[in-house]
Design a protein around this ligand. Structure first.
Ligand code: ZN
Ligand code: ZN
Ligand code: ZN
Length: 207
């Protein structure tokens, strides 16, 4: 890390799906520093460093399209090893802040894990994995708030993963539900009030 570096930062690109780690300098200029994707140059965030306020990050969430303004005190951010950056509207994971090395290790670990699950599919793996994990969280929440109930009245499900789908199967009657979980648009649908048509076990036998 260079001496004039405040911290490092990495955002998932909402256009091409890649993630790159970048250094945040102490001096970001009056207009702020625009962070762009290292692959497609899509604008990801605007950073400002104020002597008193600290580091301010403005970033738009790719899932809910709302602006986030996050502030980190200077003392805190210089001591920070690794922290996740979440959208404060819907808790979507936007990226990471901290030490370059710690972020790199986290990303390498995730890449290895994803590669083990999806061999040969390195393209956009980070964003897809991130969307998938978020979709799983949301499905859990929907079950907990009783937005997802099997037509038989049960809420005992087992989840399976097939390609970009989460398959939720009722352990009481065998009805199942295919939930698309491959894109930000799929995530936007996974909110309270989500409507889903379960496929009854009889329908499956015919196929
Ligand atoms: Zn990009
Ligand atoms: Zn959001
Ligand atoms: Zn059922």
């Amino acid at each position: 890390m260079l001496l004039n570096t405040l911290c490092s930062i990495a955002f998932y690109c909402q256009r091409c799906g890649q993630i790159h780690i970048q250094d945040v300098p102490f001096f970001s200029g009056q207009d702020g520093l625009v962070v762009r994707c290292g692959n497609c140059s899509h604008e990801q965030a605007v950073l400002r460093v104020h002597p008193r306020k600290g580091l301010t990050i403005e970033t738009v969430c790719g899932v809910c399209n709302r602006l986030n303004t996050l502030t980190y005190g200077l003392k805190k951010v210089r001591r920070l090893t690794f922290e996740k950056i979440y959208c404060r509207h819907d808790s979507f994971e936007l990226g990471y802040i901290g030490e370059w090395q710690a972020i790199a290790e986290f990303l390498d670990f995730n890449a290895a894990e994803y590669e083990a699950l999806h061999p040969g599919d390195e393209d956009n793996f980070m964003v897809r994995q991130q969307i998938f994990l978020e979709a799983m969280n949301r499905v859990h929440e929907l079950v907990e708030c009783r937005s997802l109930v099997c037509p038989c009245g049960s809420q005992n499900f087992v989840a399976d993963i097939v390609d970009d789908l989460i398959i939720l199967e009722c352990t009481d009657c065998g009805s199942y539900l295919e939930i698309p979980a491959g894109s930000a648009a799929d995530l936007r649908r996974l909110v309270p009030g989500f409507r889903a048509d379960f496929i009854l076990p009889d329908a499956r036998r015919k196929n």
